[in-house]
Design a protein around this ligand. Structure first.
Ligand code: HEM
Length: 205
């Protein structure tokens, strides 16, 4: 959800760099198309709603971490072109989160706002999911270059640092959801911590 970094001499970019963004765009669509194909070909088994929501939840968290990995990858490898992908990956993360939440609100709960409100208060994992969502909404809304200008660079950067808080809330959301076998959310948490560590190291090095 960050503004793109202008790459000097972009008009003379090598072929790989020119194809990178469209190729990654298509790759980002694949989990969505696989969801549709899987549904049409195999169905979703005994509990299609839960399967669909969980599938989208998994990809929401993966895309969030992939978007957060852009800057650490640039820092570690020095490959600055990767920064061009940051906003697009962030917006894909938000789109998958939105589909995940729409699945829960519209298909699982049938817009029963009272039941959804009770879930937010009573189920810890839904509380953390909502925290992540509430943080990500303003970040998605302010991702355009015009918003960077309107807010001013420093204010915009401070706002967008909150994406790490959203990441922590999303990992807790997953952690509290699973009843046994917490390995997977812990792995996601470790990746998030590693990405954050690279940024902190760079800041103080
Ligand atoms: C950044 C925001 C969010 C992320 C990254 C996220 C991610 C996830 C993940 C990884 C799972 C577990 C998937 C699995 O078991 O393989 C999940 C499950 C779920 N999430 Fe989210 N989520 C987010 C926000 C929300 C919000 C706001 C809600 C509802 C208000 C929500 C409702 C659910 C539900 C109902 C499940 C499935 C629970 C079940 O199967 O019993 N999520 N989510």
């Amino acid at each position: 959800m960050s503004a793109e970094v202008a790459v000097p001499g972009a008009h003379r970019r090598p072929r790989l760099d020119r194809w990178l963004k469209p190729a990654v765009f298509v790759l980002c669509l694949l989990p969505f198309f696989w969801l549709i194909a899987r549904f049409l070909i195999y169905g979703f088994g005994a509990n299609p709603i839960e399967t669909g929501i969980r599938y989208l939840g998994d990809w929401s968290l993966r895309f969030l971490l992939i978007a957060l990995a852009v800057t650490p990858v640039r820092i570690v490898t020095g490959w600055i072109v990767v920064a061009r992908l940051r906003r697009m990956l962030g917006l894909f993360a938000f789109t998958y989160v939105a589909l995940h939440v729409i699945g829960y609100v519209a298909i699982d709960q049938f817009f029963d706002w009272a039941a959804i409100g009770r879930d937010i208060i009573k189920r810890t994992y839904i509380t953390f999911g909502m925290i992540a969502l509430v943080i990500l909404i303003p970040l998605a809304l302010t991702s355009a270059d015009s918003m960077v200008r309107r807010l001013g660079g420093a204010r915009w950067r401070n706002l967008h640092r909150l994406v790490y808080v959203a990441g922590v809330a999303a990992v807790f959301h997953y952690y509290f959801m699973v009843k046994a076998g917490h390995l997977q959310p812990l792995i996601y948490g470790a990746i998030l911590a590693g990405l954050f560590a690279v940024r902190i190291y760079k800041r103080f090095a």
